[in-house]
Design a protein. Structure first.
Lengths: 306, 478
C-alpha cells in the first residue's frame, strides 16, 4: 500500500473508478470467461487508452492466461499491471535531471504549457539550478504576462519581447542571455498550436531549427498533453513527433477524473518517455513519473490489496 | 475535423455496398466496426453501446435487410441515429430583447478555450447589432484578464475588469457596468475549474446566483476523451448550463465528445468554435454535422460560407461579364481569391461528398491557387484583360517574371481556357433557364443571374479535380 499513499489524489480517482468496474465484473463470477474479457476491454477503453491499445493489451493477457493456465480473474488482473507498465518507455530522466539542457515545451492550445514551464522553473530553481525562462509564445494575448508571473514566483530571470514579435528571435535571445548568466537550464514556452495547422507547425520547425543551431547545450523537445484529451492525443503526438522529433511527453491536469490512459498509447506507439505528471494548480503539483506507479494508479494493484 | 471517424465509417459502408444482400452477420460485423470507429473517436463508451444496439436493432428489421439496396438503408439508419444523437434541431441562444442587460455566463475546464470563446461570442453578437460587454472574472490564472482585455480591444468590445480577487463581486460589478454603459449583453468569462473541485464549483454556483444569467454556456474542448461525460454531467448538475460551445474544432479531433454530450445530459451544442480568428464561431447544425461525419458532404454550410464572402458590388460586374459569356484573367484571379476567402481549396473540397478522401489521398493541391496568382500577377494589364494576346514570347517573359517554367504558364492558360469554356456552356444553359423564368415573373430575374454568378465562381479552384467532380458540384448546387 505504500505505493498508493505516496500517490496523488487525482490519480486515485482513476484507480477507484477502474476498480469499481473490475469489482463489479468479479462479483458476477471470478471466472475468466468472455464476459470478463469484454468487461476488461471496456474498462481500459474508459480510461482513454483507446480501442486499439485496449484490445492489444487484452489479447496479450489472453495469451498469457492460456499459457499459464490462469483460472482466476485475480491472477489476470495482477498480470495486467505489469503489462501496462511494460508499454511505457524509459529514459526521460536526462531531459530535466541531467547536465545543462535547453528544453522547449510544445503542444496544442490550452494543454498547460505555460503553467508547466513555470512549475518546472520553480522546481529546478529550488534544486539549486540556474534557470532562465524564455517566452516563445508571442501570439496569445497575455501569454507573456502569464509567464512573467511565474518567473517572479520562481524567482528566475525571464527573456521576453512584445507580443507579435518573432518567436525564434526570442529563443535566440534567451539562449544568449542564458549563456551570459551561466544558466544550466533554459526553459522555453512556445505558443499553443493545433497539429493540423501546417503554417504554425512550420513556424515551430523554424523556431526549433534556430534553437538547435544556436544551442550550447543539448536541446530537448517536450510535448505537453492534457490528460482529459482522448484519442486525439495520440494524433497530436504523432504529428508533433514527425515534425519535430520529440524527446518526451508531459501529461497535465491529472487531478480531474481524467483517466490519463492516453499516456499509455502515446508512450507505446511513439516510444516516448513520460517526463513529468502535472496533478494540480499548485507550485508543487508536478510529479516524477514511474511506470509501475502509473499503471497501478490507472488500474489498481489487485495482486497485493484487499 | 471528423475526418478520421468519417474515413473509418466510409470504409465500413464501402464494404457493405459491395454486397447485394446483407445477412445478419454482415450487419453484426459492420456494427462492430462502427463501434470501434466511434470509440476511437472518443465517443463516450456508454453512448456507443446504446447507439450500436439501437442501430443494429433497426438494421436487423426485415424492411432493411430485404430491400433492394440494403447498404443504403443501413447508412440511412446510421445517419438518422447520428442526427438523433447530435440533437435534431438547431439551438440558438435565448436573448430577451426587452431585458437590459442579458447576461451570458461561460464555464468550463481549464484550457478549454473560454476566454477565446467569450471574445468570439462578443464579436458574433456585435455583428448582430448588440452591444456586448465582456466581464473578466478569472482571478486565478495569471494574466487572464489581460488576455480578455487584449482580445476585447482587437474586436472593439468593452471589457470590464474589476479590482480584487472576489469573482462574485467582479461579476456583479460587471453587470452593473453593462447597465451604466448601455450594453445590452454582458458576457461573463469565469475561471477554468475542475468539476471535482468542490470549492470552485461552489464559486461557479455563487457567480450564477449573483448575476442570474439568461444563458449559461459550457465550453468543451473537442479533443476531450472519455471523461467528457463525467465533466458535463457534473457541470450540468451544479450550474445547469443551457448549451455547449465546442471549441478547437479546427483540429483533427474526431469530436466524439460532441456526440456524447447531447445524449448524456440532454443539453444541445449551440456553437462550434474553430481557429483563432474572432469570426470563427459558427452555429451548430446537427443534421449537417451528421452528414459530414458520414462523408456525405456539408454542402449547405459550404454554400452559406460562399454567400458570406460574396461582395455584392464586385459581383454585379463579374456577373455582367459572365452574362456576356466571357471571362478574362482578372475574373479568374477574383474567383481564386473568393475561394481562398471561403477557407481555401482544402475546405472547399472537404465539404463536398467524398472530398475528404481526395484530400487524404493528396489528389488536391492546396497551393495550386497561390501559384496561379503569382503567374497572373506577372502579366501586364492588357494581357489580363485580353488573354488572347499572350503569345510564346510573352509566355516566356511571364514565366521568368513569376519564377516558374513556361510549362506552368501554359498549364494555367489551359485551365483558364477550360474554365472559360465551361462558363460559356453554363451561361448558355442559364440563359435558357432565365428566359423560362422570365415568363413567370420578371423581378426574380436579376437575382437568378447573381446566383448563377456565384456558381460560376467555384469553377477554377477545382483545377486539380476531374470533370466528373465538377459535374457533381454543379448537381449539388442545383
Amino acid at each position: 500500500m505504500g505505493l498508493f499513499n505516496r500517490f496523488t489524489e487525482g490519480l486515485a480517482r482513476t484507480r477507484e473508478a477502474f476498480r469499481e468496474d473490475m469489482n463489479l465484473l468479479m462479483n458476477r463470477s471470478p471466472e475468466v470467461d468472455e464476459d470478463f474479457w469484454d468487461g476488461l476491454e471496456e474498462a481500459l477503453i474508459m480510461s482513454d487508452m483507446g480501442g486499439y491499445s485496449a484490445s492489444t493489451i487484452v489479447d496479450k493477457l489472453r495469451g498469457e492466461a492460456t499459457r499459464k493456465g490462469y483460472r482466476n480473474a485475480n491472477d489476470v488482473l495482477s498480470a495486467l499491471n505489469d503489462q501496462i507498465a511494460e508499454e511505457f518507455v524509459e529514459g526521460g530522466d536526462k531531459i530535466l535531471g541531467g547536465e545543462g539542457s535547453i528544453v522547449l515545451f510544445v503542444g496544442v492550445n490550452g494543454s498547460g504549457k505555460t503553467t508547466t514551464t513555470g512549475k518546472i522553473a520553480k522546481q529546478a530553481k529550488d534544486e539549486g539550478r540556474k534557470v532562465i525562462l524564455g517566452c516563445g509564445d508571442t501570439f496569445r494575448a497575455a501569454a507573456i504576462e502569464q509567464l512573467e508571473v511565474w518567473a517572479k514566483r520562481a524567482d528566475v530571470e525571464i527573456c521576453s519581447r512584445e507580443r507579435g514579435s518573432d518567436p525564434a528571435s526570442v529563443c535566440y535571445e534567451t539562449i544568449e542571455r542564458g549563456e551570459e548568466i551561466g544558466a544550466d537550464l533554459v526553459l522555453i514556452d512556445t505558443a499553443g498550436r493545433l497539429h493540423t495547422s501546417a503554417d504554425l507547425m512550420r513556424e515551430l520547425e523554424k523556431v526549433v531549427a534556430v534553437v538547435r543551431k544556436r544551442a550550447n547545450m543539448p536541446v530537448y523537445l517536450v510535448l505537453v498533453i492534457d490528460a482529459t484529451t482522448g484519442q486525439n492525443g495520440l494524433q497530436q503526438a504523432r504529428e508533433f513527433n514527425s515534425a519535430l522529433e520529440l524527446d518526451g511527453v508531459i501529461i497535465t491536469k491529472l487531478d480531474g477524473t481524467a483517466k490519463g490512459g492516453i499516456a499509455v498509447a502515446v508512450s507505446h506507439y511513439l516510444k516516448l518517455p513520460i517526463v513529468k505528471l502535472g496533478v494540480g494548480e499548485g507550485l508543487e503539483d508536478l510529479k516524477d513519473f514511474d511506470a509501475h506507479e502509473y499503471a497501478a494508479s490507472l488500474v489498481g494493484d489487485f495482486g497485493q490489496t484487499d | 475535423m471528423f475526418d478520421n471517424l468519417q474515413d473509418q465509417l466510409q470504409e465500413v459502408f464501402d464494404d457493405l455496398k459491395g454486397k447485394g444482400r446483407l445477412t445478419e452477420d454482415d450487419i453484426r460485423v459492420a456494427m462492430r466496426r462502427v463501434r470501434m470507429a466511434l470509440l476511437e473517436a472518443d465517443v463516450s463508451f456508454k453512448v456507443v453501446k446504446g447507439f450500436v444496439s439501437k442501430a443494429s436493432a433497426r438494421c436487423m428489421e426485415a424492411d432493411v435487410l430485404e430491400s433492394l439496396t440494403p447498404a443504403q438503408n443501413v447508412i440511412k439508419v446510421v445517419l438518422d441515429e447520428l442526427t438523433n444523437l447530435l440533437g435534431e434541431t438547431d439551438a440558438r441562444i435565448n436573448l430577451r430583447p426587452n431585458k437590459h442587460p442579458n447576461v451570458i455566463m461561460l464555464v468550463g475546464l481549464q484550457g478549454s478555450g473560454k476566454t477565446t470563446a467569450a471574445a468570439k461570442l462578443a464579436y458574433l453578437l456585435k455583428g448582430e447589432g448588440h452591444h456586448p460587454l465582456l466581464v473578466a472574472c478569472d482571478v486565478y490564472r495569471p494574466a487572464a484578464a489581460d488576455q480578455l482585455q487584449t482580445l476585447g480591444g482587437e474586436i472593439g468590445v468593452r471589457v470590464y475588469r474589476g479590482e480584487g480577487t472576489d469573482p462574485v463581486k467582479i461579476a456583479k460589478e460587471g453587470v452593473q457596468c453593462a447597465i451604466d454603459n448601455l450594453c445590452d449583453v454582458a458576457i461573463v468569462d469565469t475561471a477554468g475549474r475542475l468539476h471535482v473541485d468542490e470549492e470552485m464549483m461552489v464559486e461557479a454556483e455563487s457567480i450564477k446566483a449573483a448575476v442570474d444569467p439568461d444563458e449559461v454556456l459550457m465550453v468543451v474542448d473537442a479533443m476531450t476523451g472519455q471523461d467528457v461525460v463525467n465533466v458535463v454531467e457534473t457541470f450540468s448538475a451544479r450550474v445547469d448550463f443551457d448549451g455547449v460551445i465546442m471549441s478547437k474544432m479546427d483540429g483533427d479531433a474526431r469530436g466524439g465528445g460532441a456526440l456524447s454530450i447531447r445524449e448524456s445530459t440532454g443539453k444541445p451544442i449551440k456553437f462550434i468554435s474553430s481557429g483563432e480568428k474572432p469570426q470563427s464561431l459558427e452555429v451548430f447544425h446537427p443534421d449537417r454535422m451528421a452528414r459530414r461525419i458520414l462523408g456525405m458532404g456539408d454542402v449547405v454550410s459550404l454554400i452559406e460560407s460562399a454567400v458570406k464572402v460574396q461582395q455584392q458590388e464586385e459581383e454585379a460586374e463579374a456577373t455582367e461579364r459572365l452574362r456576356r459569356m466571357d471571362l478574362n484573367l482578372n475574373d479568374f484571379l477574383d474567383m481564386n481569391r473568393q475561394i481562398r476567402k471561403m477557407g481555401g481549396v482544402g475546405k472547399l473540397i472537404s465539404a463536398l461528398p467524398g472530398g475528404d478522401k481526395m484530400m487524404a489521398q493528396g489528389q488536391v493541391d492546396e497551393h495550386a491557387l497561390d501559384r496561379m496568382e503569382v503567374i497572373i500577377n506577372s502579366m501586364t494589364k492588357e494581357e489580363r484583360e485580353k488573354p488572347d494576346v499572350i503569345n510564346g514570347s510573352r509566355r516566356a517573359r511571364i514565366a521568368a517574371g513569376a519564377g516558374v517554367t513556361v510549362t506552368a504558364v501554359n498549364q494555367l492558360m489551359k485551365q483558364y481556357a477550360e474554365t472559360r469554356k465551361q462558363v460559356k456552356k453554363m451561361m448558355a444553359a442559364y440563359g435558357d433557364m432565365d428566359q423560362a423564368h422570365g415568363k413567370k415573373g420578371r423581378p426574380k430575374k436579376g437575382k437568378k443571374g447573381k446566383k448563377g454568378g456565384s456558381k460560376m465562381r467555384r469553377m477554377p479552384g477545382v483545377g486539380g479535380m476531374s470533370l466528373a467532380d465538377i459535374k457533381k458540384i454543379q448537381q449539388m448546387m442545383e
